[in-house]
Design a protein around this ligand. Structure first.
Ligand SMILES: NC(=O)c1ccc[n+]([C@@H]2O[C@H](COP(=O)([O-])OP(=O)(O)OC[C@H]3O[C@@H](n4cnc5c(N)ncnc54)[C@H](OP(=O)(O)O)[C@@H]3O)[C@@H](O)[C@H]2O)c1
Length: 277
């Protein structure tokens, strides 16, 4: 029987997940589907009931359902609980389970493209304190860094994030972000700044040390101004598209029983889609 999966959100037309999972389904010749379904917030409980009843094997959850879905399922992974949102659902022995795969995606891409990065990263600067920042600090904390400085335009949100995750996170002032660049071995932009249609990030890289890793999780455009300037100054640039691809791996593995690969061909398909958007 065809294993049906979904991505639900509202709106959902922009999601690139069907392209990723559709490519893997075709590559592995699996009898499965992955559908984009628009679910309004008021209809989420009814959709979850359909999932429980067996219409789907699982799927992805995106904005605005990532927090609400957590309250409607039976088991929440440690990562999802800490991050405060689920993005991947599946059924297991009559129970509905949820995980957040953004942290695994962030680390999966970093590990794949910058092997050994942890050998020379002790201090990180994380810019932003929204949902994606929670996944990034959860990921970095799991790798045992000495210091993770967090800056955010809204200081209360940075303070809340640091209070939730504890040491080695430290909330720093938004105005100090450029001054912190020279101390960081890894800089991660988790804000939407620098994204197509958004204002620039405007981080001053004057004190950036060559060899610093600069990771921008924004993936439209594929190479943000931050990454272009970081590379010009001898930094190692890590883009956001890889995180998007790697975060999809655990879900596909659960639904279809095959661990898919993030290949250059898959990446190229997504690049075409993003450039053409
Ligand atoms: N590559 C991937 O797989 C991946 C995964 C998840 C997210 N993302 C990307 O990450 C970005 C953030 O997503 P999110 O879910 O964390 O969103 P979010 O929860 O809405 O957080 C947005 C963040 O951006 C900051 N921000 C927005 N406008 C700003 C401005 N004008 N000046 C200063 N800071 C500003 C916010 O600061 P305030 O708190 O002060 O508002 C907050 O820190 C998006 O571009 C998203 O596409 C990528």
């Amino acid at each position: 029987m065809t294993r049906r999966c979904f991505v639900i959100g509202h709106p959902i037309a922009h999601s690139r997940s069907p392209l990723i999972h559709g490519t893997w389904l075709a590559d592995h010749g699996l009898d499965g589907s992955y559908e984009r379904i628009d679910v309004a917030p008021a209809d989420l409980p009814a959709f979850i009931t359909r999932l429980r009843a067996g219409e789907f094997v699982g799927g992805n959850v995106t904005v605005p359902h990532k927090q609400a879905a957590e309250a409607l399922i039976d088991e929440v992974s440690e990562a999802a609980r800490a991050i405060g949102a689920v993005n991947t659902l599946w059924r297991e022995g009559g129970r509905l389970c949820g995980d957040n795969t953004d942290a695994a995606g962030f680390l999966g891409h970093l590990d794949a493209t910058t092997p050994g990065w942890l050998d020379h990263v002790r201090t990180a600067l994380v810019i932003g304190a929204g949902g994606a920042a929670r996944a990034v600090v959860y990921a970095l904390k799991s790798r045992g860094l000495d210091r993770i400085a967090v800056v955010n335009r809204n200081p209360a949100r940075a303070a809340e994030l640091v209070a939730a995750f504890g040491a080695p996170l430290q909330a720093m002032d938004w105005s100090a972000r450029s001054a912190l660049v020279g101390e960081a071995d890894l800089i991660v932009n988790t804000t939407s700044l620098g994204m197509k249609g958004q204002p620039p990030l405007g981080l001053d890289l004057a004190t950036l040390r060559p060899g610093t890793i600069v990771d921008d999780i924004v993936y439209v455009p594929l190479k943000t101004d931050l990454l272009v300037e970081a590379e010009r100054r001898g930094a190692i640039a890590v883009d956001g598209l890889g995180m998007l691809l790697h975060q999809a791996v655990p879900g596909f593995a659960r639904w279809f029983g095959v661990v898919p690969e993030v290949t250059p061909a898959l990446r190229a398909r997504l690049e075409v889609d993003i450039v053409g958007a």
